[in-house]
Design a protein around this ligand. Structure first.
Ligand code: NOJ
Ligand code: CA
Length: 691
């Protein structure tokens, strides 16, 4: 794998404040001058900031501040000092959507002093595609943060694409509504059906919260570099469009920290098109460079898994069930299939003792019918990597007590990628609180010490720390494919909203690739035996509400360096469309959004890492999409062969989802290709130079 090269950060244009005591305001501009951040102290000495993008006022003056146990930074503040500098940086990610990322920005630091002569610095970074700001507390003692006062006073009744605020999980539906239309009924619709929930307010959001302003600009609010601090939700007043940061606290303590301390960045991503949000690297740019020197075990890959069969109830995680999926013979079958088709990884869930009560799992003891050493050697002999699994069942204490031995155990048998899981309510904690944020981060750091890469399910939302620790490969943090197996399923606009919301935060282990989209017929119920009324009743259950071409397209549309090939191996046999999944990369050197409308459709082109091959993926929501796109991203000169996997005129997600037409065409730079997607449909194209 390519190593990490840090090109260094150049700092220039220092602007110092000579007599700051009298100053009460200052402004910083993005390098291209299209974004301005205005900071001021109001009459009471309270800090405010305002964000303008082109001429669109994104945020009215909005509150800033921090309350500590022994210090308040709310009002009666003066500016003690300030600096504005230009930062220039270009860096190369270990894996990602690009080969090279530019992180140029203007940095404005404002040192504030309260009445008791205590200090707080607010640092803004203004990029061409958004703004980040954080609080920095100087000192060398312990400190208790009681409350963060940050607000986002939106200036208009934006259209919002949101999931309801919840300190436990993001596994929710997305709702599309104006801010003024957010109400409790919609909150209930969004939050319904997950295993544990705790909403801080009647109307609020988890982040990324993505919006379109009346002027047609796009905003997404999230956070970056979440270390030693709780994860953010937002509470909204639908009348005034004001939102404030809502952090879970434990008995009045939001965060217990050691000074000096920097809070996570509050991030406002901005774009004049929705596609620019997807193309943005802002969250990563607000994180520290890679800290790992040993990258040898970090493997971007596609993977099969003893997984979907359990979600379909064909087999089970536990041995006691009498239909244990993780048995040696079954896993060998997956390894054979992976080797035959060039799929690098095989995930095995339910391999260890303790399954049953969703607690007290033992991470070093395989069930008797799972010969882990034999399987690891077998996989190795076939060039396949086993992927481990640690379901904690939210019994975090139990997991913490075994983490070292569990990682050592996997390392000993040669397993270097581990999926973790936190299903359920964690005793005395929220999934989003400081303790749990620290725990999730600790799995990544400890993982790196044992050459283990991590994929966290039921996590806190990603915040770009995979730049600093690229062994954090992916995570869940949304209603993924699993919900299609056993709930009322994901709605038609779900996938095409996730691209513009959850996936902006970081890689997403959605688990695409289901080919048998109507498994109700054969598995969960004997569909043929149902009465017409029952058929109507179950119509929305136990199926995937997309076409086959849509499932293929998700490998390009959703970004993750590990992507599951989620269906049962037998469902791929003799399926020509499987060729696309076999070929599509998971690591990219370039990414371009060709066409995008939130909740409607998205069409993305990505170039494979160290290759000249391009892949295009498009998906549609509840309405069909038709258009053309220009092949202006290809190199001018060579001929390319495009292999197109498309919905046919007879394809429909509910009646004929697997109808997929595969055609070939010679194309060149500057040509255009038509796109036709039915409701819930998609298109997937490989475009490779002809030699
Ligand atoms: C929930 C995870 O999201 C899913 O992928 C996993 O199979 C189950 N928990 C069991 O651990
Ligand atoms: Ca889950």
């Amino acid at each position: 794998m390519k190593n990490f090269f840090q090109t260094g950060i150049l700092i220039s244009g220092l602007l110092l404040c000579m007599s700051c005591d009298h100053k009460t305001e200052t402004t910083a501009y993005s390098p291209d001058k299209n974004i301005s951040v205005h900071f001021n102290l109001d009459k009471e000495g309270a800090p405010l900031y305002q964000v303008i993008y082109h001429n669109d006022t994104i945020l009215q003056p909005s509150p800033l501040g921090l309350l500590l146990q022994n210090a308040d930074f709310e009002k009666d503040l003066t500016i003690a000092d300030m600096h504005i500098i230009d930062r220039q940086e270009t860096w190369n990610p270990v894996w990602g959507q690009y080969d090279e990322i530019n992180a140029d920005c203007t940095e404005m630091s404002i040192d504030l002093k309260n009445k008791n002569k205590q200090f707080l610095t607010i640092v803004f970074r203004v990029f061409d595609n958004g703004v980040g700001f954080r609080y920095v507390l100087p000192g060398d003692t312990d400190a208790v943060i009681r409350q963060e006062l940050t607000g986002f006073n939106l200036s208009s009744d934006n259209m919002a694409y949101w999931n309801g605020s919840d300190w436990e999980t993001d596994e929710h539906f997305y709702i599309e509504s104006k801010l003024s239309e957010v109400d409790q009924a919609k909150m209930e619709r969004s939050i319904s059906g997950s295993y544990s929930q705790s909403s801080p307010c009647k109307t609020g959001f988890n982040t990324p919260l993505t919006m379109e302003t009346p002027a047609g600009n796009f905003i997404s609010i999230h956070e970056a570099a979440l270390w030693n601090y709780p994860a953010m939700s937002l509470c909204l007043d639908p009348q005034s469009y004001r939102m404030n940061v809502a952090l879970p606290d434990m008995n009045g303590v939001t965060a217990q920290v050691q000074l000096p301390f920097s809070t996570p960045w509050r991030v406002i991503m901005l774009g004049s098109t929705a596609g620019e949000l997807i193309e943005s690297s802002l969250i990563l740019n607000l994180n520290e460079p890679n800290k790992l020197t040993d990258l040898s075990y970090i493997t971007p890959m596609k993977y099969l898994g003893v997984w979907w069969e359990m979600h379909l109830k064909l087999s089970d995680w536990s041995l006691e069930s009498g239909k244990h999926g993780a048995n040696t013979d079954n896993v060998k079958r997956y390894i054979d299939f992976a080797a035959e088709h060039g799929i690098k990884g095989v995930l095995v869930e339910g391999w260890n003792k303790g399954w049953g009560e969703w607690k007290d799992y033992i991470f070093t003891q395989p069930y008797e019918d799972f010969d882990i050493v034999q399987l690891a050697n077998y996989a190795k002999s076939k060039g396949v990597l086993l992927i481990g699994h640690h379901e904690t069942g939210a019994d975090v204490k139990n997991y913490i007590s075994q983490m070292d031995s569990a990682y050592q155990f996997y390392k000993n048998v040669g397993i270097h990628t581990v999926k973790t899981g936190y299903v359920g309510k964690i005793a005395n904690q929220y999934h989003f609180d400081q303790f749990m944020v620290n725990h999730f981060n600790e799995t990544v750091i400890k993982g790196s010490q044992y050459q283990i890469a991590i994929n966290i399910h039921e996590p806190v939302h990603p915040t770009g720390i995979c730049r600093t620790y690229p062994n954090l490969l992916s995570g869940e943090g949304m209603r993924g494919q699993e919900y299609n197996a056993w709930s009322e399923g994901n709605d038609l606009n779900h996938d095409v909203t996730l691209s513009f919301t959850r996936n902006l935060a970081g890689p997403m282990d959605y688990t695409p690739g289901i080919f048998d989209l109507q498994f109700l017929n054969t598995i969960n119920k004997d569909y043929k035996k149902l009465t017409p009324a029952q058929k109507e009743e179950y119509k929305w259950q136990y199926r995937v509400r997309t076409t086959l071409a849509h499932q293929l397209a998700l490998y390009v549309v959703f970004y993750s360096p590990i992507q599951m090939v989620a269906d049962l191996p037998e469902n791929y046999v003799d399926q020509p469309a499987f060729d696309f999944i076999k070929e599509v990369p998971v690591d990219w050197s370039d990414t371009k959004v060709l066409s995008a409308k939130i909740g409607r459709h998205v069409l993305i082109a990505r170039k494979g890492k160290a290759s000249q091959d391009w892949y295009v993926g498009g998906i549609a929501g509840e309405k069909p999409f038709q258009g053309t796109f220009l092949l202006d991203f290809l190199e001018d000169g060579p001929e390319y062969e495009a292999v197109i996997y498309a919905d046919t005129k007879d394809t429909s997600w509910d009646k004929n989802p697997t109808a997929c037409m595969i055609s070939k065409q010679i194309v060149r730079y500057g040509d255009s290709l038509p796109v036709k997607m039915v409701a819930g449909g998609g298109i997937a194209i490989s475009i490779r130079p002809r030699f």
